[in-house]
Write a protein that binds this ligand. Structure first.
Ligand SMILES: NC(=O)c1ccc[n+]([C@@H]2O[C@H](COP(=O)([O-])OP(=O)(O)OC[C@H]3O[C@@H](n4cnc5c(N)ncnc54)[C@H](OP(=O)(O)O)[C@@H]3O)[C@@H](O)[C@H]2O)c1
Length: 252
């Protein structure tokens, strides 16, 4: 896929991997649109990236998603690429029964239902772009934890495993439409996702995760496993029974 002169909408583009993707797409000569719930990081991104436009919204909210879709449709050129990047992660102690599940719904809504609904809004639009000779794509950001779960963040891992599966079905259903469906699965990346929690292991930079994602899109590799996410993928296939114990055991 040629990534110059495109219009790219990135959810959660104000920080971390989304912001790095915004810089990288802009560097290819594309027009970048981002959204998020906090205005300050979005405004800072707009100051740093030429031409970037932002929209304040919560992708977990249906009304906000529809407003985002309408706003994106009013930009100077039609959206070519939807990047479902916004995500949250919460540690949950399952031994607490229902007491520690306060955030579970929001995690499922933000990480899984929001990309599904936003994709639903954009599919007719992207199919039209493709049928008129333009390039169109959907990029879902999953995780290496989709393949081998980290037990301390169980709902997060479940949402990413589900988003991985959904992305495969989406790619299959859209196979004759001209709309490309990419999945980028990052490994551990330095970002606000971990909310100051100490993360174990070698974290990649957001910039490197974005660089590998764009390279994969340009090479039309539809399932982009970044860095150690590829190891997670292999481990889950080579030793499905032992993978969870091997990974979580190593985490101490
Ligand atoms: N960091 C890692 O180790 C890692 C590894 C694999 C995959 N990923 C995935 O990469 C993606 C980006 O995460 P990140 O690491 O870059 O973390 P991040 O810096 O926390 O970025 C997440 C972004 O999503 C936005 N967001 C969260 N909930 C939202 C909502 N309901 N509506 C709109 N925007 C929302 C946040 O902005 P607001 O708070 O302002 O809304 C933030 O800008 C996520 O899908 C994550 O699961 C991360």
């Amino acid at each position: 896929m040629n990534l110059s002169d495109k219009t790219i909408l990135i959810t959660g583009g104000g920080s971390g991997i989304g912001l790095a993707l915004a810089h990288a797409f802009s560097g290819r000569g594309s027009h970048v649109l981002i959204c998020g719930r906090r205005e300050e990081p979005l405004r800072a991104a707009a100051e740093a990236i030429p031409g970037l436009e932002y929209f304040l919204c919560d992708v977990a909210d249906d009304v906000d998603r529809r407003r985002l879709f309408e706003w994106a449709g009013e930009r100077r050129s039609p959206v070519n690429v939807l990047v479902n990047n916004a995500g949250i992660q919460r540690p949950i102690n399952l031994l607490e029964g229902t007491r520690d599940l306060a955030h579970a719904e929001n995690e499922v809504t933000t990480n899984l239902l929001a990309p599904i609904h936003l994709t639903g809004l954009f599919i007719p639009h992207l199919m039209r772009v493709a049928s008129e000779g333009g390039e169109a794509a959907i990029v879902n950001i999953t995780s290496g934890l989709a393949f081998v779960p980290l037990a301390g963040v169980p709902v997060y891992c479940a949402t990413k495993a589900a988003l991985h599966s959904y992305t495969e079905s989406l790619r299959w259903q859209l196979r004759d439409t001209g709309v490309a469906v990419f999945e980028a699965a990052p490994p551990l990346v330095e970002s606000e996702l971990h909310m100051g929690r100490q993360v174990v292991g070698m974290a990649l930079s957001s910039e490197e995760a974005a660089r590998v994602t764009l390279a994969g899109m340009e090479e039309e590799r539809y399932f982009i496993r970044i860095g150690r996410a590829d190891w997670f993928w292999s481990l889950s296939h080579q030793n499905p029974e032992g993978a969870v114990a091997a990974f979580n055991g190593n985490m101490g």
